[in-house]
Design a protein around this ligand. Structure first.
Ligand SMILES: Cc1cc2nc3c(=O)[nH]c(=O)nc-3n(C[C@H](O)[C@H](O)[C@H](O)COP(=O)(O)O)c2cc1C
Length: 476
């Protein structure tokens, strides 16, 4: 079934990587992943992390639902010592879907339940949770908010894809108002309040989400935005710097982290024969962060590195590196074998995408050898995820390795890795994109189907997948 991933041995994978000029390394010795690491004075028991993976399964009011709690019990049981909790909106109108979590005082009890069940299942399985770090990702979805988008800037490539009136299908244009400077000033306070809620609930850290072209990510590239949040580097980074400062002042004992795009690139679209092709853009690029302004394919980490330096001075303790846009450039954020039904086929060998993650992450880690950097984009490697992870940790290319899609199919991967057993072949993520397809399915009463892994977490998600398929409106 696989088109690109056909590797029975590490040597075969390495030979392909070499032929494509990629810097993929594999280690048979996985013990590098078992070594503890200190993050802001806290011991994290191993180098394995679960990335933020939202299940789109909250209650309509933004509290965790039954499936949300189940996911965190499974993550807790799994043995990774860093659990990077999923996106939770700081205001209800900043949610990316109708079942995304919300982090505010009203949802505090639900979040406390989630954290408690996660930690308890970790203790039951592993005896001790003192070296387990659990965080929560605070977000505002900006242009991807429901029911209506909130723009930080005009992006000539994304505005025509941003529906501002569902009835008429009208999309954003130069006349669509942006969030004002006052709106953003007020939003800073909502972030501080959400951080306070997360802290009181007992999360070990919060993540100020600046990735995947959601609001704080868009601000980083808002060259054309007027006023104090746009234009210069200082202005584009004002929101994050100020909000980190405020949170550190108000909550000096709360660890602050950030998941950040280090490379946006540009949006892609479906071309002939369904292959992804880059959107037509004009140069120099004025709304892409971490990207060579004259060549969208080339990451330029100068500004991301400058910002990380500033954030570190402000006390940010850990950086989770990501890139791309799940709606506009899925092959960049998560290299895949098969796209979801409405998505384009990967325009490059997925191993090139994996290598792009590894190289950019290495550049950041080498610039900040003492700052724990969490790497992304490993799931496509299937049975070799942890051989690559171990080699990258061994070589100082990354401190901690995060697992995204593969954590839905095999949440207990760390148990296998730490006990020296291969992964369970029947549950290794094959990057078929069922999880993304469910995430994009909105045609039920709640306006959102829950997501998980239909092929490998069958009992729960196969019926949900079947229902979504049977009830799907015809695609036009
Ligand atoms: C179903 C699904 C939910 C996700 N939820 C989040 C999220 O809440 N926050 C976030 O930063 N990234 C989210 N991501 C992106 C992943 O964390 C990860 O960056 C991506 O899948 C690439 O890593 P992988 O190759 O290990 O899957 C999600 C991805 C998927 C497929």
């Amino acid at each position: 079934m696989s088109r690109y991933f056909k590797y029975k041995t590490a040597d075969a994978l390495l030979a392909d990587a070499k032929a494509m000029g990629l810097d993929i390394r594999l280690s048979d010795d996985l013990s590098f992943l078992a070594a503890p690491i200190t993050v802001s004075g806290r011991t994290v028991g191993n180098r394995l992390a679960i990335h933020p993976m939202e299940g789109c399964d909250g209650e309509p009011d933004g509290s965790p639902g039954e499936l949300t709690l189940r996911r965190y019990r499974r993550f807790g049981d799994g043995g990774a010592k860093l659990i990077w909790g999923e996106a939770a909106a700081v205001v209800p109108e900043g949610r990316a879907n109708t079942r995304q979590l919300v982090c505010d005082a009203r949802r505090a009890d639900g979040l406390a339940r989630l954290l408690d069940q996660c930690r308890r299942s970790h203790r039951e399985a592993w005896g001790d949770d003192s070296d387990l770090l659990v965080g929560l990702q605070l977000t505002h979805s900006g242009r991807y908010s429901v029911p209506r988008p909130w723009l930080a800037q005009h992006d000539p490539a994304l505005d025509p894809r941003t529906v501002i009136d569902r009835e008429t299908g009208r999309t954003a244009d130069a006349d669509t108002p942006l969030l004002s400077d006052d709106d953003l000033d007020r939003l800073q306070d909502r972030y501080v309040e959400a951080a306070e809620v997360a802290f009181r609930v007992g999360f070990d850290f919060i993540d100020l989400k600046q990735c995947h072209r959601y609001l704080l990510c868009e601000l980083l590239s808002a060259h054309s935005r007027p006023g104090k949040y746009g234009g210069s580097f200082e202005n584009r980074t004002r929101f994050i710097r100020e909000v980190v400062g405020k949170i550190r002042n108000r909550l000096p004992d709360l660890m602050v982290a950030t998941r950040m795009n280090v490379y946006d690139g540009i949006p892609w679209k479906m071309g002939d024969d369904h292959l992804g092709v880059p959107e037509t853009v004009s140069y120099p690029l004025r709304s892409s962060w971490g990207t060579d302004p004259n060549d969208h394919t080339r990451p330029d980490l100068t500004e991301p590195i400058q910002l990380i330096g500033l954030l570190r001075e402000l006390g940010v303790a850990m950086i989770n590196v990501s890139m791309g846009n799940p709606y506009g450039s899925p092959h960049i954020i998560r290299p895949f074998e098969y796209p979801p039904p409405d998505g384009y086929e990967t325009p490059e060998h997925p191993l090139i995408g994996v290598d792009r993650h590894f190289r950019a992450t290495e550049e950041i880690q080498r610039a900040f050898p003492d700052l724990p950097i969490v790497g992304s984009g490993y799931s496509w490697l299937q049975a070799f995820i942890f051989h690559a992870a171990a080699a990258n940790v061994r070589d100082g290319r990354v401190a901690i390795v995060g697992v995204g899609r593969a954590s839905l199919s095999h949440p207990d991967f760390a148990r296998n890795v730490l006990e020296g057993r291969p992964l369970d072949r029947r549950r290794i993520c094959r990057t078929f994109s069922y999880c993304t397809a469910l995430m994009r399915s909105k045609h039920n009463d709640l306006g959102q189907f829950p997501t998980g892994c239909p092929p490998f977490d069958k009992v729960v998600y196969d019926p949900i997948w079947k229902l979504a398929q049977e009830t799907a409106p015809p695609r036009g």
